[in-house]
Design a protein around this ligand. Structure first.
Ligand SMILES: *[C@@H]1O[C@H](CO)[C@@H](O)[C@H](O)[C@H]1NC(C)=O
Ligand SMILES: *[C@@H]1O[C@H](CO)[C@@H](O)[C@H](O)[C@H]1NC(C)=O
Ligand SMILES: *[C@@H]1O[C@H](CO)[C@@H](O)[C@H](O)[C@H]1NC(C)=O
Ligand SMILES: *[C@@H]1O[C@H](CO)[C@@H](O)[C@H](O)[C@H]1NC(C)=O
Length: 424
């Protein structure tokens, strides 16, 4: 009975299996997950003198400026439910402290976001649970000034400021700024806000206020045209690029997002080394955290993460070739920035598809801090008086110098709230 038909089918199947093999490897069992998300929808961080909604602030944002809104709570609940669906077979049905670890920055909106997310992820924390069955889930944090993981290099990091200065002094950056000088002057007139000293940070705050108001259906003043909003967004993107992109993006990452990336890899190594039951770490943070992480992964593409955007790292045991380096594990990345669709699969540049852990480590090594610590010390003396005086004497250039210095010097003040002045 053994005709070609008999043998042809299995041979065809075998070929098909061989062709599909790389994908079969990708579907190895999940062993560890790390997710990093931005908090949900929040109130604007500030108002400005001519803001038509200024008087109504308390009525519009009853919990206060910068606080999570009801919409933000709902977004996180939804994200938590998405995670429950995705990890239904991986996590225990109920929270177990040895399985899941949650850390947040020490801001009301990120702490509340983590709790709302967990209410979506764990049935016993869900809203509407009967009182007897209801259990809250713990969220860990450290004081803002001590947060080395989810916040960026503090103003006490001279090397980062050097790197930032190099970016903001670059010709393309200066040319772009020059093009916006008139715009920023007009913005002062529209808003009644003095931009002197820290023009870009204040411009972002205006953008933030406008975007929050728009998201909540409030009419914007007539000057705040789509064009003006677009220009403000471009200014913001230029600055984000200077913070996480070239020149020397990897070295910047070592002082910012690479620290978190290293922590995630370290969290997994520890689980493997010690055979811990830990399955998931969750980091509740800010758009600036996600942007820095994207910078460290070489995945920043000019889009600012929306509320509740979530970047996930999925570690899977690789089936098939146990001889591969670094323990038979691959990492796949996903980015969920839109709750209406499937999350986007992302690839580390240079490693398409699920990336073998060893290769992932190797490719990201330049963006992660060296083992002996974060090289924060500057390589040269702080700017000499001459270096700062010269551009200030240069007529029209003075404005631009002030703009870029305002950016460089103020961007990381811990007291600042806006993205590149601190987490948002
Ligand atoms: C903006 O400029 C106009 C015309 O120069 C002036 O009348 C107005 O008071 C200015 N507004 C603010 C807030 O400075
Ligand atoms: C993850 O790594 C960070 C940085 O090393 C550490 O602070 C944190 O405790 C780790 N978390 C877990 C759950 O191991
Ligand atoms: C790699 O796979 C082998 C065989 O499946 C297993 O014994 C070993 O524990 C795995 N190593 C790691 C680090 O997971
Ligand atoms: C989500 O991210 C992708 C990749 O950065 C981008 O193309 C897309 O516009 C983003 N969508 C939203 C809704 O932000």
């Amino acid at each position: 009975m053994a005709g070609p038909g008999f043998w042809g089918l299995p041979a065809g199947l075998l070929l098909l299996l061989l062709l599909l093999a790389p994908w079969a490897l990708a579907e190895g069992p999940l062993v560890f997950v790390a997710v990093v998300f931005r908090h949900g929808d929040r109130a604007p961080l500030a108002s400005y003198p001519t803001d038509p909604h200024k008087e109504a602030t308390t009525a519009l944002w009853p919990r206060g400026l910068g606080q999570l809104t009801g919409e933000g709570v709902r977004q996180q609940l939804e994200l938590g439910r998405f995670l429950r669906g995705r990890y239904e077979d991986f996590l225990s049905p109920e929270y177990r402290r040895e399985e899941v670890y949650v850390r947040s920055t020490d801001f009301d909106r990120t702490l509340e976001s983590a709790q709302a997310n967990l209410a979506g992820l764990f049935p016993e924390a869900a809203p509407g649970r009967s009182e007897a069955a209801w259990r809250p889930i713990p969220v860990h944090t450290v004081p803002v000034t001590e947060d080395k993981l989810l916040r960026f290099p503090m103003r006490s990091c001279p090397r980062y400021h050097e790197l930032l200065r190099e970016a903001t002094e670059a010709a393309e950056y200066q040319t772009a700024l020059e093009g916006w000088t008139d715009f920023l002057t007009r913005l002062e007139n529209y808003t009644g806000l003095s931009l002197v000293g820290e023009p870009l940070r204040r411009a972002w705050k205006v953008l933030d206020t406008l975007m929050c108001q728009q998201a909540h259906g409030l009419p914007l003043p007539s000057w705040a045209s789509p064009n003006v909003l677009r220009t403000l967004a471009q200014i913001s993107a230029l600055d984000i690029g200077a913070h996480v992109g070239p020149p020397r993006a990897a070295e910047k990452a070592q002082l910012t997002g690479g620290i978190l990336l290293d922590a995630i890899l370290g969290n997994f190594s520890r689980v493997q080394r010690l055979g811990l039951p830990l399955k998931m770490v969750m980091y509740s943070a800010h758009d600036s955290t996600l942007l820095a992480l994207q910078g460290a992964l070489g995945l920043y593409d000019g889009h600012t993460p929306p509320y509740a955007a979530c970047l996930g790292f999925e570690f899977r045991r690789r089936l098939g070739d146990p001889d591969e380096d670094a323990g038979n594990v691959t990492i796949s990345l996903f980015y969920r920035n839109d709750s209406t669709g499937l999350p986007l699969p992302l690839s580390l540049p240079g490693c398409p598809g699920p990336c073998p852990l060893g290769r992932f480590r190797q490719l990201t090594a330049p963006a992660r801090p060296p083992a002996h610590g974060v090289p924060c010390h500057g390589s040269r003396e702080p700017a000499t008086p001459a270096a700062t005086v010269v551009p200030l004497l240069a007529g029209a250039v003075a404005v631009l110098a002030a703009l870029s210095m305002g950016l460089g010097l103020l961007a990381w003040r811990p007291s600042c709230l806006r993205a590149w002045g601190g987490p948002v």
